[in-house]
Design a binder for this molecule. Structure first.
Ligand code: ADP
Length: 462
């Protein structure tokens, strides 16, 4: 099968979240399963100025390689992509995001013809690439080159839809007849993700539970009706984790490598993390880690309510992340009050993330909703026990055998789960067994990649 992966962020080139992990790792796993894959993404400033070995393909396209033989094509346009961030800066989203990603989508389709790569499947991710299926079935529909191509849209988070004012519609180059309820219109706005959902041949999300949840009012963010209409074309495939990048045995960022058979290294990593974060070097106090966007979705509303109680418990907490200003301020206040308990790192820092996954005892991830979640998968791999709310991908991957789960979303239930984890931590033998079980779980990409191949076959036959 010939597959094109189109995404706005791809590891190792550019990343703001889990989408990049998936868009980077799935192609590698597909290649291992014998599929022919290429990737297309925008050429951001950090890619052009980065350490990558870029080759010019044509005036406005360059390329690099990953895996054995996967070409990654970068669509260049300095005015659109030569910026410090991917989607916006601290003042908010870039004002021309509609134009930027419309440009990317058209250029991606044009490129296929220019390099004469006729895929079976174009696999697009999230709102940023959602115009590709729309254009394929409208502007490109009469071109024989594109006739047999099928599309799959993966929704990584239905809370982010790419909403724009109606007045911008002409910039898309589409006929106004597409600005309807069956097209891109959504409460009198343009909704790019909805366009992708209406026009792609199949849709999937990143866990089975989330694929069911988003068909309900509570989790659908207004698009539950559209999904219900397409429920026969909607699937859920759990994300895998790139076990080469996230491997405690070989991880270059951590103080000491370790494995399930020789977990003593983890003690060193805990000490290293405590030192780095200026926390007291205490072996017997459980160290909680958080690596996350600081957003309500990630559970920060109930965390904020519970934080004072948490800080008064016999534990330590390292937080890495950026996000809503109100949480920055609240947490900064907590650090002032409890400097020996909490370490706050308001930044995006891959190296520190690795150290937290390795050095913590418990990974806090009480997301209100979670399409799949990678943090809990990474922490399991590093023997760091996840504590989660039972939702989406967290419900599909964490249970009482490998973690701590609470199933009513409230501050009180969160605190109860934390107390359960503190109790478990205090019994050495129980804890050791739990860590071993967690590390033995397998969430590598192989199985998920095979599921995707089945989905591609389904789309091809559609
Ligand atoms: P999201 O909803 O943000 O995509 P996921 O759990 O699916 O959440 O993936 C988040 C990914 O981004 C994980 O690989 C996590 O380790 C990483 N990450 C999140 N915040 C930071 C940060 N501040 N620094 C480094 N890595 C981060």
């Amino acid at each position: 099968m010939k597959v094109v992966m189109c995404a706005s962020e791809v590891v190792p080139f550019a990343k703001t979240g889990g989408l990049a992990d998936v868009a980077g790792a799935l192609p590698l796993a597909l290649e291992k399963e014998g599929q022919e894959v290429i990737i297309i993404m925008p050429c951001y400033k950090m890619i052009r100025n980065g350490k990558f070995d870029l080759k010019k393909v044509k005036e406005d396209v360059s390329s690099a390689s990953i895996g054995k033989n996967i070409k990654v094509y970068f669509i260049e346009n300095d005015a659109y992509f030569g910026r410090d961030f991917l989607y916006g800066d601290k003042t908010g989203d870039y004002k021309d995001n509609l134009e930027r990603f419309s440009y990317f989508s058209k250029k991606a389709l044009d490129l296929l013809k220019e390099i004469n790569f006729k895929p079976d499947i174009i696999h697009v991710h999230d709102w940023q690439a959602s115009l590709i299926p729309v254009y394929l079935k409208t502007l490109y529909k009469d071109d024989v080159f594109y006739k047999s191509i099928r599309t799959i849209l993966t929704i990584h988070n239905i809370g982010y839809q790419g909403l724009f004012a109606k007045e911008e519609f002409p910039k898309l180059g589409l006929d106004w007849s597409l600005f309807t309820m069956e097209g891109l219109e959504f409460y009198d706005k343009i909704n790019l993700l909805k366009g992708g959902m209406e026009f792609s041949d199949l849709i999937n999300t990143v866990s089975p539970t989330y694929s069911k949840e988003i068909q309900t009012k509570e989790f659908g963010f207004g698009l539950d009706g559209v999904l219900a209409k397409r429920s026969n074309a909607l699937f859920g495939i759990l994300n895998g984790l790139d076990y080469d990048i996230w491997n405690p045995e070989t991880d270059k960022f951590i103080a000491k490598n370790f494995s399930v058979d020789s977990a003593e290294g983890k003690t060193k990593d805990k000490e290293d993390l405590q030192k780095l974060c200026g926390l007291p070097l205490k072996k017997d106090v459980p160290l909680f880690g958080i690596v996350s966007r600081l957003a309500e979705q990630k559970g920060f509303d109930i965390l904020a309510e519970a934080i004072e109680k948490i800080c008064k418990s016999d534990l330590q907490l390292v937080i890495l992340g950026t996000g809503d200003l109100k949480y920055h301020i609240l947490l900064e206040g907590m650090v002032k009050k409890y400097p020996r308990v909490i370490s706050l790192n308001l930044k995006f820092d891959d190296a520190l993330a690795h150290k937290i996954y390795a050095g913590s005892d418990i990974f806090l991830m009480p997301s209100k909703y979670e399409p799949c979640g990678l943090g809990q998968l990474i922490s399991l791999r590093y023997g760091t026990i996840p504590l989660v709310f039972k939702t989406g991908g967290l419900a599909d991957t964490v249970n009482e055998k490998n973690g701590f789960v609470f199933s009513k979303y409230s501050k009180a239930e969160l605190l109860k789960a934390i107390n359960r984890s503190l109790k478990a931590f205090s019994v050495n033998k129980t804890w050791k067994a739990l860590v071993e079980r967690a590390m033995q779980d397998d969430f590598s990409w192989g199985e998920s990649a095979r599921e995707y191949i089945k989905l591609y076959a389904k789309a091809k036959a559609a």
